[in-house]
Design a protein around this ligand. Structure first.
Ligand code: ARG
Length: 563
């Protein structure tokens, strides 16, 4: 329940002539120090109308206001401080969480509208990079947040399966490759050929001409080129699927760049008809100087289309197919200008939905502060990272809980969850260093810490042998329980904030905070002591567990019951 509304409802009749409810809502603050109550209302704004000092106004209002719903309302200087009725708050909040369970925090903000999310989108014949990992887990979490708020997310993997690099790859494969090698370890070997191409074309620039020619053949539908391309693509996808399986991420569409090949002519024609295409040094561009942007390259002098052309075509296709409310692109910050250009072209084409195109950028994962890049072979192989994380998790489980029954499954949940959580706990635009030991720790600001806290809550519930009654009126009024109850009650707002900012870190930080408060409670309270409050305490434990599991699930992290 929204307890702030209680405060607004109490204030409206006494200040309603001077300020409306929306203004009251905006003015209400949450005091930093809880000794000043749960909400505060500053009276400065009323001084002019009432011709009184704010301090006096506060005193007068306290006398007038209906205090019944509150524990108390007091004037402190120019503020009215509201203290919520703890018994009522506790009862209402716990009942809401316990009855709604996984649906606690559900809200209808989207009215079922479609929202395509362009996410992951790795490049065929190259390893999934840490950047693609970021796009995958951020996109996946945003999809879950959207579903929770009644939007319909459509997860699209815009595979990098087209472009001049396939000309290079075909040349390299034909010169140095073998079918057996590719079959045995597709990505490693395809990457090896590609890297070799870039080493050799320095001395042999004619290799580039050959590559251009092969790409042209591919674009013209040549049989040999198409067959090789399709094979590279399917072998690569098999590898990607392994990682998606480990991460527990699924997609609604794998329409990548190549999907738009037969739709591109229409898009280019439309640009011609709208007189947006200009010649520049033999190539065709859209001039975007009025947006302070570099021109966007649409077609090269040899007629080959580009990354931008395919994105433009895809954006229009998505609008026609999904009639989206918003169209999201979870892509690294280094492509910021690309998406500004994309949006500007769509605007120039006269589409009123241009502003619904939203780039959701994110920062880099670094290693000792250095950027990782594919070209120089400085890649961390994601599959290895995940497997190493699982091993580390297993070691810790082995030490902490050697008799645990399904150790392998739990190690997987914890290891993979740790990598995902670490990625999501930082503001997405921040760069961060990746240090596996740090990521999989059971203490500190980690996923395993939150999972462990939840497992601890589960274990208390098991040990009690009692069943929490979800419809009971559980009342807890001590300070530490109060801290937790307030956080539980805030969960729906937290989800709203995460949605508004497209920022899963809001939820990750919330889960850390809730876990910390719960562990403090656990340290100070004898939960299983039958002091007449035991069932209420267990109700709180259960509610914490439900909300922790829910918050983790919105991040794409699972919650083992025991670990
Ligand atoms: N394949 C691209 C890359 O790895 C990312 C594609 C992002 N999505 C898009 N619609 N441009 O850099």
């Amino acid at each position: 329940m929204d307890f702030k509304q209680q405060v607004i409802t109490a204030l409206a009749p006494v200040v309603g002539q001077a300020v409306d409810e929306a203004t009251i809502n905006k003015l209400i603050e949450v005091p930093k120090n809880s000794s000043l109550g749960d909400y505060a209302f500053p009276t400065f704004i009323l001084a002019k109308t009432l011709h009184k000092a704010p301090q006096q106004i506060a005193v007068d209002l306290v006398a007038e206001i209906d205090q019944t719903p509150f524990e108390k309302v007091v004037a402190t200087g120019p503020y009215l401080n509201f203290f919520l009725n703890k018994a009522n708050f506790s009862q209402v909040t716990l009942q809401e969480v316990l009855t709604q369970k996984a649906h606690f925090g559900d809200q209808d903000l989207g009215d079922g509208a479609n929202v395509p999310i362009d996410m992951s989108s790795p490049n065929i014949a190259k390893p999934i990079s840490m950047g693609h990992l970021r796009s995958t887990v951020i996109g996946n979490s945003i999809a879950k947040i959207l579903a929770k708020t009644n939007y319909k997310p459509v997860k699209i993997n815009h595979l990098g399966d087209w472009g001049t690099q396939f000309g290079k790859l075909i040349v390299a494969y034909k010169k140095w490759g073998s079918e057996a090698e590719v079959k045995a370890d597709p990505i490693t070997n395809l990457l090896k050929y590609y890297v070799r191409f870039h080493q050799e074309d320095v001395a042999n620039p004619e290799l580039d001409d050959e590559a251009r020619e092969w790409f042209k053949r591919l674009e013209d539908g040549d049989e040999e080129a198409t067959k090789l391309w399709a094979w590279f693509r399917s072998e690569s996808l098999k590898e990607f699927e392994k990682i998606y399986d480990m991460l527990g991420v699924t997609f609604d569409s794998f329409n990548g760049e190549a999907f738009y090949n037969d739709k591109m002519a229409d898009t280019v024609n439309e640009l011609v008809e709208k007189q947006l295409l200009k010649e520049s040094q033999g190539a065709e561009i859209v001039d975007l100087s009025k947006y302070d942007l570099n021109p966007a390259l649409i077609r090269k002098s040899d007629g080959a289309t580009l990354y931008m052309t395919r994105d433009l075509c895809a954006a229009i296709y998505r609008k026609r197919t999904y009639h989206f409310a918003k169209s999201l692109y979870v892509v690294g910050n280094e492509q910021r200008e690309h998406f500004q250009q994309l949006k500007a072209i769509i605007k120039e084409m006269g589409y009123d939905w241009a502003d619904d195109i939203i780039h959701i950028p994110f920062g880099l994962i670094t290693e000792n502060g250095k950027k990782l890049s594919t070209r120089q072979g400085r890649v961390i192989l994601l599959e290895k990272v995940l497997n190493d994380a699982i091993d580390l998790a297993r070691q810790q489980i082995e030490a902490k809980n050697p008799t645990l029954a399904n150790k392998d499954e739990v190690a997987k949940q914890v290891g993979v969850g740790a990598v995902i959580f670490h990625d999501l706990k930082n503001d997405r635009l921040d760069n961060f260093d990746f240090n596996l030991e740090e990521v999989v720790r059971f203490e500190g600001e980690t996923g395993p810490y939150v999972q462990y806290t939840n497992a601890r809550a589960q274990s208390i519930l098991r040990k009690s042998g009692k069943t929490v009654d979800e419809n009971a009126s559980y009342v807890l009024e001590d300070d530490e329980a109060w801290e937790i109850l307030k956080q539980l009650n805030d969960y729906p707002n937290v989800i709203q904030r995460a949605l508004r900012e497209y920022e899963p870190s809001v939820i990750a930080k919330y889960s850390l905070h809730l876990a910390k408060s719960f562990n403090k409670y656990y340290a100070h309270t004898r939960i299983l002591e039958d002091d007449g409050m035991m069932m209420a305490k267990l109700g709180l434990v259960k509610a914490v567990s439900l909300v922790l599991e829910n918050a983790l699930s919105l991040l794409g992290v699972t919650s083992p019951e025991e670990m």
